[in-house]
Ligand binder design. Structure first.
Ligand code: GTP
Ligand code: MG
Length: 208
């Protein structure tokens, strides 16, 4: 099977700015696709794999590393952006701080007009946490399309990975008009084409 190259050149992504909360984000013009998920799910690794840059988004063995909303722009203007959102659910973070990050994340998801799609990452071995479900509900409230990446697919054999995919699809029953799902591995570069197709659809609109 030959794969069609992505329409947008994701390799041109470059770091723009980090914002602690919605008020400090860049002007709400253009189009954004945001990456959300539990701490350690592989958000930063996925952004690096998709943009073919080793260290664009910082990855870490220490969960909870990405605590800011990080913006990356594509192409020569800042009209199309990828956004690395703070991870949630890291056990060792004090409860008050967790609540604060979740509030900033929720504000971004609810209010950001230019957000045109959400890539929601979940470790293929631990999908659909309580907060993942809350994000799906927030997205549903504003009719925001969500594409789920079941990450670290390389950690499972093909059979169990497919079983996890089928199980998540089944559980998403009520949301299936807005939500799609696939297996993904940054390490093995598995599933990139499928993700590009979704991102292209969200980002390549002429009115950015
Ligand atoms: N085996 C495997 N490991 C991965 C994959 N993607 C990420 N990892 C590892 O998982 C850990 C966390 O990855 P990150 O990309 O930093 O995760 P994150 O979601 O950005 O984490 P926070 O910024 O803490 O929210 C790192 O040790 C990565 O090397 C993958 O596809 N396969
Ligand atoms: Mg990160």
């Amino acid at each position: 099977m030959t794969s069609t190259p992505p329409r947008l050149n994701y390799q041109t992504a470059r770091f723009m700015i980090s914002a602690p909360k919605l008020a400090q984000c860049p002007a709400d013009d253009g189009i954004e696709v945001a990456f959300a998920g539990r701490s350690n799910a592989g958000k930063s690794s996925a952004i690096n794999a998709l943009t073919q840059q080793k260290a664009l988004a910082r990855t870490s063995k220490t969960p909870g590393r990405t605590q800011l909303i990080n913006f990356f722009s594509l192409g020569s203007d800042d009209a199309r952006r990828l956004v690395d959102l703070p991870g949630y659910g890291y056990a060792k973070v004090p409860e008050a701080m967790k609540k604060e990050w979740q509030a900033h994340l929720a504000q971004y998801l609810r209010r950001r007009r230019t957000l045109s799609g959400l890539i929601l990452l979940m470790d293929v071995r631990h999908p659909l946490s309580e907060f993942d479900i809350q994000l799906l509900e927030m997205a549903d409230d504003r009719d925001l399309p969500v594409h789920i990446l079941l990450t670290k697919a390389d950690k499972l054999k093909q059979g169990p990975a497919k079983a996890s995919l089928a199980s998540v699809k089944r559980q998403l029953g009520e949301w299936d008009d807005l939500v799609s799902v696939q297996l993904f591995s940054s390490l093995k570069r598995q599933g990139l084409d499928q993700t590009y197709a979704v991102m292209d659809r969200w980002l390549a609109s002429a009115d950015a």
